[in-house]
Design a protein around this ligand. Structure first.
Ligand code: SAH
Ligand code: SF4
Length: 345
């Protein structure tokens, strides 16, 4: 096991069999040690933080895993106004956030002009902050307009890089080809791009996970978000098992060794599957946390999966809680725009 880790550490690559052994490794002490060593070399003990604003839970899509899917009729839907969003950013700024992530379902009620207007106003109120969008698949022209309005980054997980697996997770109307087209368009437009996948999504095989890692090598994203699949009771995947915490942590460490420069969040899903999941993620090589800045009144309605954490606290409480957690894990939450480091390996 140690020689596999050393190989990955040295070459940022490994053959498929080696990767599979590491994904399911039981003795992970050395793997995690090396991952933390690499993150320290690039980012020190700093943990970057992003304020997440979940501004709409309407979605036209029907991804089979997601609680926001259009087919979930039982969900009360909400939209935040531009004023709501700006006020979340103002509060977040006071709390030390220098990146705002606007995330939502694919809600076409917001026109491109609306999105551009929101981005422009955030950038003009807080010119020292980055704006990240995470609003799904759009045309090149739309992405271009958002970029010109000032958006700096874009999060769009590829979800799975295997064509057959993709079809099992999504309705006919969606395709892996379009997902990939979006990701490469975003790169071309100069966004810092984040991709990623769920660990333990229904029907996922070890080979699928290797394909995910290979696709990321091709894309070379700046940010890589992974988290365990967690079932939502009002979706077709309600009765599937949740993903494995251990696999997720191993994959975070593997990603750190493959992509030393990357921004890798310890995700909310990781914090949901285990009370100390995010701390474990940091100790496996993650270096970003993304607490919620959405108004408390709507948080429970942004239910991607059951039992999502942090739906009851005010933003200030979340920030304080995370600061304590990050420090207890041996790291330091910083007030910083948190750009990706140069890709020197
Ligand atoms: N609509 C946008 C952003 C919102 S969904 C998009 O799809 O890109 C954000 C992420 O939540 C998705 O990329 C997916 O990986 C994750 N997610 C959705 N349902 C989930 C579930 N049941 N368990 C774990 N993660 C889930
Ligand atoms: Fe919509 Fe995103 Fe959920 Fe798919 S994952 S249903 S696109 S919110």
């Amino acid at each position: 096991m140690e020689s596999l880790v050393n190989n990955l550490y040295k070459n940022h690559d490994l053959d498929d069999d080696g990767l599979k052994l590491l994904i399911d490794a039981k003795d992970t002490k050395y793997l995690f040690e090396k991952a933390v060593e690499v993150r320290e070399k690039y980012y020190g003990r700093a943990v970057y933080t992003r304020g997440l604003i979940e501004f709409t839970n309407y979605c036209k899509n029907n991804c089979l895993y997601c609680g926001l899917r259009a087919g979930n009729n039982g969900l009360a839907r909400y939209r935040l106004t531009k004023e709501d969003i700006l006020s979340c950013c103002d509060d977040g700024y006071e709390l030390g956030f220098r990146t705002f992530v606007l995330q939502g379902g694919e809600d076409m009620t917001y026109s491109d002009d609306d999105i551009c207007d929101i981005v422009r106003e955030i950038k003009s109120a807080h010119p020292d902050c980055a704006v990240t969008l995470s609003i799904g698949e759009r045309s090149f022209e739309s992405y271009k307009a958002y970029r010109e309005a000032g958006a700096d980054r874009y999060l769009l997980r590829h979800e799975t890089a295997d064509e057959e697996h993709y079809k099992k997770l999504h309705p006919e109307s969606m395709s892996l080809a379009n997902r990939k087209r979006c990701l490469f368009d975003l790169k071309r437009l100069g966004y810092q791009v984040g991709s990623g996948f769920m660990v333990g999504s229904p029907y996922q095989t070890l080979d699928n996970l290797v394909s995910d890692l290979r696709f990321l090598q091709e894309l070379q994203p700046d940010m890589i978000g992974i988290g365990p699949f967690l079932p939502h009771s009002d979706t077709p995947f309600a009765d599937f098992e949740k993903g494995s915490l251990e696999r997720c942590l191993n994959l975070i460490a593997i990603l750190r060794l493959m992509f030393p420069y990357a921004l890798i969040p310890a995700t909310t899903a990781l914090g949901t599957i285990h009370p100390l999941g995010r701390e474990m993620g940091l100790k496996a090589g993650a270096n970003v946390v993304m607490p919620n800045l959405s108004p408390v009144g709507v948080r429970k309605l942004y239910e991607l999966y059951d039992n999502k954490i942090c739906t009851g606290e005010e933003a200030a409480e979340c920030r304080g809680c995370l600061e304590r957690r990050v420090r207890a894990a041996g790291f330091e939450l910083v007030t910083d725009i948190g750009n990706v480091k140069k890709k020197i390996m």
